[in-house]
Design a protein around this ligand. Structure first.
Ligand SMILES: Nc1ncnc2c1ncn2[C@@H]1O[C@H](COP(=O)(O)OP(=O)(O)OP(=O)(O)O)[C@@H](O)[C@H]1O
Ligand SMILES: [Mg+2]
Length: 245
């Protein structure tokens, strides 16, 4: 029972096409792909190929032009003003341009997520402190975002996204501004989350990160999504993606 649940699809793209209104670029063309629960994925592709748009399609920030996307068993097109908040609560999102509340220090920024869920303030602050210490920011708790480097802000955004232990973590270039040691540390944190049952999808340009970790990679190019076996370092289009073919 547990095994079946663990391998069930968490995100299911069915014949999905997507273009921005008025744009000729096909970001996705008839894409079929499944992201399973309890798994770790890299989403790669050159700049402008649509990684951020792909993430937005998953969290229902964008809707497909055609086809359907099921996330946690619900069609993202059917979400409405009442159901969207609880849907999004199950997803941790690290935006590419991570924005923090400027009037709150970083501990408050991270703790706020829990406080909004009704966690008692003292406990939320302790969790936030622990997580920030883990990302290497233990000495910066009382700093405000304008006093941090881009890489430090990114680490705060990661702490904020993972503090609720979401079912699904979407991290858009989370290691874009951090050095190699910090990248490794963040990947270590993401791996821990996967062990605890989270599915992690990381959009990245950093090929070194992928070869060092050997997880499943999906690459976006000209509207197609291909799966690469990064463990062997060779590329192969899998039948899994072509389940309708
Ligand atoms: N709101 C929008 N309206 C129209 N076109 C858009 C919009 N947002 C993005 N695009 C275009 O869609 C394409 C994909 O953009 P996206 O940001 O998803 O790419 P990306 O792979 O994340 O790029 P990067 O690696 O630079 O972050 C680009 O050509 C971009 O110009
Ligand atoms: Mg992007």
């Amino acid at each position: 029972m547990q095994l079946a649940q663990e391998s069930s699809p968490l995100v299911d793209f069915q014949d999905v096409s997507f273009s921005y209104k008025g744009s000729k670029q096909e970001i996705l063309r008839n894409v079929n792909v499944i992201f399973k629960s309890h798994s770790f994925y890299f989403l790669t592709g050159d700049s402008g190929m649509g990684k951020t748009s792909f993430m937005k399609l998953i969290y229902s920030g964008l809707l497909p032009t055609s086809g359907k996307i099921d996330v946690f068993g619900a069609n993202t097109k059917d979400l409405n003003i009442n159901t969207l908040p609880s849907f999004r609560q199950q997803i941790g999102i690290v935006q590419q341009d991570c924005e923090l509340f400027e009037h709150l220090n970083i501990q408050e920024n991270v703790a706020l997520v829990l406080k909004l869920q009704g966690v008692e303030a003292k406990r939320a602050n302790v969790y936030a402190e622990e997580l920030l210490a883990w990302t290497g920011l233990g000495e910066y708790l009382k700093r405000f975002s304008k006093e941090l480097s881009e890489g430090q802000k990114q680490r705060v955004a990661v702490a904020r996204a993972v503090i609720r232990r979401p079912k699904l973590l979407l991290a858009d270039e989370p290691t874009g501004n951090v050095d190699e040691a910090q990248s490794k540390r963040l990947i270590g944190l993401f791996k821990e989350l996967v062990k605890m049952g989270t599915t992690v999808i990381i959009a990245t340009h950093n090929r070194q990160l992928i070869s060092a970790n050997g997880y499943c990679e999906y690459r976006l190019k000209n509207g197609e999504l291909r799966q690469y076996n990064s463990l062997r370092g060779t590329s192969s289009l899998t039948a899994q993606l072509m389940r309708k073919a």
